[in-house]
Write a protein that binds this ligand. Structure first.
Ligand SMILES: C[C@@](CO)(OP(=O)(O)O)[C@H](O)COP(=O)(O)OP(=O)(O)OC[C@H]1O[C@@H](n2ccc(N)nc2=O)[C@H](O)[C@@H]1O
Ligand SMILES: Nc1ncnc2c1ncn2[C@@H]1O[C@H](COP(=O)(O)OP(=O)(O)O)[C@@H](O)[C@H]1O
Length: 317
């Protein structure tokens, strides 16, 4: 049986618009998701036992059944119990570079990598759409993480329409090390603050009152027009996170002041990113914001937008 090493990229949200709440407790969204080349490395090794054993270099990552990498194996075992019984357990090594609970889909992309890796290890022959259907059971962002690139995501985030890949732009990412935000908290607080944006008509049929604002951004992406993309970045969850976490709002202002194409919080935060036209410009922006906020708790990364989803880099006997 082979071992597999996979690369699992983080994502940012160029657009995150909440259209309303849904009967299943989730929110109906329109997002534009974008992979970046800040990546975790995942290694899967058959271990000759029945157990799923996790190893990670970051102590913030849970090593139990709550880890999305662990849950991905369980989803595969649930779907293919006979095949799973032949193959036994697996050791999963997570080399974590993506900050945790940061709005960058770190857990989702690890779960996506394990689905792709198990598909190969167990010789299941599942297609990408089939893997994405299984991925939606793990989390709303998992289907996107499998294919990556640039995509419009609707529904609860799992319905995907790929658009032209953006790779001509860079981002500076910044996050306070000691600050993490729960996605469930961000959506719950949004609902408490803004209620449902669905209204019922005279027959009780619910329809959306929100507008979809992503059209001009899609057009700017089609033209790979960084200046317009920067101006059109959008995230409804900023409305709850920025007032609750003033240091995130200050970080966003600092990026704005140093002059980038645009700046926005990613997903449910607290990572803030600044879009830049080149890696040199990104480095200048990073240095300037570091000077403005010398707090050692603030960490930075520079990454390029990427067309890659989960990639297998090696396998060995
Ligand atoms: C906000 C976003 C933006 O890309 O990403 P992150 O900031 O987590 O990276 C996503 O919507 C997060 O996707 P993901 O992290 O996969 O979420 P899930 O595990 O499916 O859901 C976590 C919780 O968020 C809430 N949730 C999630 C998605 C959605 N469309 N509506 C929701 O209300 C639900 O309370 C759910 O229990
Ligand atoms: N493989 C994983 N990597 C990181 N966090 C994970 C993983 N599996 C489960 N988690 C849990 O998911 C939570 C959210 O982390 P993460 O997926 O990195 O952030 P986000 O949902 O903001 O994109 C963490 O607090 C952690 O408890």
């Amino acid at each position: 049986m082979h071992s597999y090493t996979l690369i699992a990229p983080a994502k940012i949200n160029l657009h995150l618009e909440i259209l309303g709440d849904r009967p299943d407790g989730y929110h109906e969204l329109v997002m534009i998701l974008q992979s970046i080349d800040l990546v975790d490395k995942i290694e899967l090794r058959p271990n000759g036992t029945e157990q799923i054993r996790l190893h990670c270099n970051n102590p913030q990552v849970p090593l139990d059944a709550s880890n999305l990498a662990y849950r991905a194996v369980e989803v595969m075992r649930g779907e293919f119990p006979k095949i799973a019984a032949n193959y036994g357990g697996v050791d999963i090594f997570i080399d974590k570079k993506i900050p945790v609970a940061a709005g960058l889909a770190g857990g989702s992309t690890n779960g996506a990598a394990v689905l792709v890796g198990i598909n190969l290890m167990w010789e299941l022959g599942l297609t990408v759409p089939e893997l994405q259907t299984l991925g939606a059971k793990l989390g709303s962002d998992v289907p996107f993480c499998i294919s990556g690139g640039t995509a419009i995501a609707t529904g609860r985030g799992e319905q995907l329409d790929p658009i032209v890949d953006l790779d001509n732009l860079w981002v500076v990412l910044a996050k306070y090390r000691s600050l993490s935000i729960s996605t469930a908290w961000a959506y719950k607080t949004y609902k408490q603050k803004f209620g449902s944006s669905y209204i019922s008509d005279s027959e009780g049929v619910k329809s959306r009152t929100a507008q979809v604002h992503s059209g001009s951004l899609v057009s700017a992406i089609a033209h790979k027009d960084g200046a317009s993309i920067g101006k059109l970045l959008y995230n409804d969850l900023e409305k709850v996170v920025l007032p609750a976490f003033p240091q995130v709002a200050q970080l966003r202002e600092a990026f704005q002041e140093v002059g980038c194409l645009g700046t926005m919080m990613s997903g449910s935060g607290p990572t803030v990113f600044a879009l830049c036209e080149s890696s040199d410009r990104a480095e200048i922006v990073r240095v300037k914001v570091r000077e403005t906020i010398p707090d050692p708790d603030l960490e930075f990364w520079v990454a390029q937008l990427s067309s890659a989803g989960i990639e297998v880099t090696s396998f060995s006997k």
